[in-house]
Write a protein that binds this ligand. Structure first.
Ligand code: UD1
Length: 335
């Protein structure tokens, strides 16, 4: 299949392009490099031996987007291009409304214009808020969003549901990611946070390499075994593979709207991650305990049975693998 990947040079996007190419599909990337670099494309080629087609385009530009659809025969779209910093979304909500919701409106509009009816969308476990029951399943209720970022994911999911209801040729798969970590085992692609990282693992690797002085554990007084928050950390390559499986399922289905949790099914605390990092790298991490971070939920991890059964997918990598790969990547980019 010819798959358009918006945000294909980003962290999850680039790993998904690799998996698409390795599964025998063609990938056409659109990315405006606001959060990534063009060298990612060279590295995708080094890993796969294939060079994805690239268009430097902003998803909100429907004229340029439409020209890509005219030029390439697009069978389906995986839409990653979006902003994802929770704190920034509170300070600059309009950026999130424009890029996350506006971006999806533009992409869906242009898809319809060109009779392309297959969409895989990157959503987040943030839609569950602070779940009453863990592991959380896809049927759990959607909680009021804590941030504009979280709200944009909820609106995007609703938009996809509405398009699905209005158009009986439309097929979509909404993937609710838990916490993606790690990097490609080759060490050639990984996460490239701009400025101070918001997420735990890049903060850890930047501290270990000496860019940051120390990690702050955001709260050790939660009602969890060691007092720190619990998340479901999934290797980005396993997450990327789920996109290919979701797409392949859509290609064999008629009018369908799928929703899948993509996580490992296991919870790990912040201290678990620190200890595992220290173990796999045989080093000591400089960290201190700080205040709780506003908006953090105490614990969330996935009930991933639906994805395992219906997508014929299973996470393969451990947290040890993911942290080792993230560390290799951090060392490679600082060379
Ligand atoms: C957040 C979003 C998630 C989004 C993801 C991507 C929420 C509730 N979650 O995940 O939807 O997809 O970002 O960016 O909106 N931590 C520390 N010290 C640090 C950094 C993090 O202790 O310096 C802790 C946090 O308190 C949390 C865990 O590490 O318990 C993971 O944090 P993070 O990597 O930021 O991801 P989430 O907040 O879970």
């Amino acid at each position: 299949m010819n798959i358009l990947v918006t945000g294909g040079a980003g962290f999850i996007g680039s790993h998904t392009v690799v998996e698409l190419l390795e599964a025998g599909h063609n990938a056409i990337i659109i990315d405006d490099f606001r959060n990534s670099t063009p060298s990612v494309i060279d590295n995708i080629e080094k890993i796969t031996g294939k060079r994805p087609t690239l268009y430097k385009i902003d998803c909100n530009n429907t004229t340029e987007l439409s020209a890509v659809f005219r030029k390439e025969k697009i069978d389906g779209v995986i839409h990653f291009a979006a902003d994802k910093a929770v704190g920034e979304s509170v300070k600059n909500p309009l950026k999130y409304y424009k890029n996350n919701i506006g971006g999806l409106v533009s992409v869906t509009e242009v898809m319809k214009e060109h009779n392309c009816n297959t969409l895989v969308f990157s959503s987040s476990c943030t839609v569950y808020g602070n779940p009453e029951v863990v592991p959380v399943s896809e049927s759990a209720s959607i909680q009021p969003a804590h941030s504009p970022y979280g709200y944009t994911k909820q609106v995007c999911e609703r938009l996809i549901q509405d398009v699905y209801t209005s158009d009986n040729s439309f097929k979509a798969s909404i993937l609710r990611y838990f916490n993606p970590i790690g990097a490609h085992p080759s060490g050639l692609i990984g996460e490239l946070p701009i400025g101070t990282p918001n997420n735990l693992v890049p903060y850890i690797t930047q501290t270990a390499i000496g860019i940051r002085e120390e990690l702050t554990v955001f709260g050790n007084d939660y009602n969890t075994p060691d007092g720190s928050c619990i998340r479901d950390y999934i290797h980005v390559v396993d997450l990327a593979k789920a996109h290919v499986k979701a797409l392949e399922k859509l290609s064999h289905s008629e009018h369908i709207l799928d929703i899948f949790n993509i996580g490992t099914g296991n919870g790990a605390s912040v201290y678990d991650i620190i200890k595992t990092f220290e173990k796999v790298t045989d080093s000591k991490l400089n960290y201190k305990v700080g205040k709780r971070r506003e908006g953090d939920v105490e614990r969330v991890y996935a009930d991933n049975k639906k994805a395992i059964q219906e997508l014929n997918w299973k996470p393969k990598y451990t947290i040890d693998d993911a942290l080792m790969h993230a560390w290799n990547w951090e060392q490679n980019i600082r060379k």
